[in-house]
Design a protein around this ligand. Structure first.
Ligand code: ZN
Length: 231
């Protein structure tokens, strides 16, 4: 999971859309309109909002953070929409929207959403790194929100999501190789007897390793949120 900066420009289809007055009023042709989907794809760098896997271009799913079945009035609301993979949206999150004890759930458009304390992280609103850190490839919830989000989206579930876990493992290994190389080069530099030629090699080596790390942690790289949130 990684912080998402959604465009402040609301897609035209949503600007002109009616506010649904019931769950049956929520129109797929509106919240899944091409301009909505395309803007989410760009803002999220073609990655799932929750597990950060890469989503192919032909994937057309748009997810409601607050489920449209209950929060129908937010069914066409830009702030409530995220791009997510089928597994996270349809298999795991579905209509789940757990709230912290003491929360007052909004039941109508006039109710105050700020009285709710969702236990799922909306990466477009908060930095997930404040709630979920990573020990190597393993997600660790450091707040109730982080723990619940890991549980609901099965972010550590090797049995149900082997590909997700394996992809994160592989990325972490690539990252670790670069980090270890930098440490070795640093030892060379710390030795006062190192000849100038070797100092040059070590400095160039560190530069190249940092370039690789910048590439692995780039915003558009799947699972890069794991690397920037290492414990
Ligand atoms: Zn996902």
């Amino acid at each position: 999971m990684r912080k998402i900066e959604k465009s402040p420009n609301v897609p035209a289809t949503l600007v002109n859309a009616p506010v649904p007055t019931s769950a049956g009023d929520v129109r797929e042709s509106i919240y899944k309109a091409d301009d909505v989907r395309q803007q989410l794809e760009i803002d999220q760098h073609y990655k799932c909002a929750f597990c950060e896997c890469y989503l192919p271009l032909q994937y057309h799913d748009v997810e409601h953070f607050r489920p449209k079945s209950h929060y129908y009035w937010l069914g066409h609301n830009w702030k409530n929409l995220l791009y997510s993979c089928e597994r996270c949206n349809r298999s795991y999150k579905k209509t789940n929207f757990p709230l912290a004890a003491g929360s007052i759930q909004a039941n109508s458009p006039t109710d105050d959403l700020t009285q709710e304390h969702p236990l799922l992280i909306n990466p477009a609103e908060v930095d997930p790194a404040l709630h979920i850190r990573f020990d190597k490839h393993e997600a660790k919830g450091i707040t109730p929100e982080g723990k619940k989000t890991i549980e609901v989206f099965h972010l550590n579930d090797q049995n149900e999501c082997p590909e997700l876990i394996d992809n994160r493992k592989q990325l972490y290994e690539l990252y670790k190789i670069e980090v270890d190389k930098i440490r070795t080069f640093e030892k060379v530099l710390q030795n006062p007897n190192t000849p100038q030629a070797n100092i040059d090699v070590a400095q160039e080596g560190i530069r190249l390793c940092n370039k690789s790390i910048n590439n692995l942690t780039a915003l558009n790289k799947p699972f890069s949120g794991m690397l920037i949130a290492q414990i």
